[in-house]
Design a protein around this ligand. Structure first.
Ligand SMILES: CSCCC(=O)C(=O)COP(=O)(O)O
Ligand SMILES: [Zn+2]
Length: 206
């Protein structure tokens, strides 16, 4: 795919996620990594109206190479840290859903998962052995959130490709945009299941 085609694919996915109600009120952001560059959605834009030409290209240091007056996502630092931590990652998706926010309140630092079959679609063939989803505190400084993510995930041997930011939303990554889309759909599916379970878990019958 050319850079232009990649920008069009990213913009099209942004509109798709907006139509699902996952990027309300300018929330959420998406990026692709390609040939050492990051293509990312603009900051503060309505994600349901993004076109290919709105996508910014960043160099290896995160500096915009195009975009005119537009600024890259305010959460670029989180995307960059995930690309550094996971060299195979080619795409990052961040959404705001009520389910993610409620799920982020169900753990201090991590959300345990029931052994759901769909976890296989996030790269874990044995759902009962899947690690919990890490939860990071929200912070007015995105750089601080990014640092927390880096510090914790660099010491986590095989994390699920998903994290929660408390009171904020979900971020996933994948080797391709399609992989990241599958991961966000499955993570949000897990949150809906978890929220329908009693909390705190009742003591098991003996
Ligand atoms: C009204 S959303 C607040 C910022 C945010 O959390 C987000 O996901 C969107 O930020 P961006 O700079 O990528 O538009
Ligand atoms: Zn956000």
């Amino acid at each position: 795919m050319t850079m232009t085609e990649q920008k069009i694919a990213l913009a099209s996915l942004s509109r798709h996620l907006y139509r699902k109600g996952w990027m309300e009120g300018t929330g959420g952001n998406l990026s692709l990594r390609s040939a050492g560059r990051i293509l990312i959605t603009p900051s503060g834009a309505n994600k349901g109206r993004i076109r290919g030409e709105d996508i910014l290209e960043l160099d290896g240091e995160g500096a915009p190479l195009d975009g005119g007056n537009r600024k890259p996502s305010a959460e670029t630092a989180i995307h960059r840290v995930l690309y550094t931590l996971f060299p195979q990652a080619g795409a990052v998706i961040h959404v705001h859903t009520p389910e993610a926010i409620l799920a982020s309140l169900r753990g201090k630092t991590a959300l345990p998962l029931p052994p759901l079959e769909v976890i296989k679609g996030m790269g874990f063939p044995l759902p009962e052995e899947a690690p919990p989803i890490p939860i990071f505190d929200n912070d007015p400084s995105v750089d601080r959130i990014a640092r927390d993510i880096e510090n914790r995930l660099r010491n986590t041997p095989a994390p699920l490709p998903v994290l929660l930011i408390r009171h904020h939303g979900t971020t996933v990554w994948g080797n391709t945009l399609d992989d990241a889309l599958r991961h966000i759909e499955l993570a949000e599916f897990c949150f809906r299941v978890i929220l329908s379970l009693p909390y705190p878990s009742p003591a098991p019958d003996t």
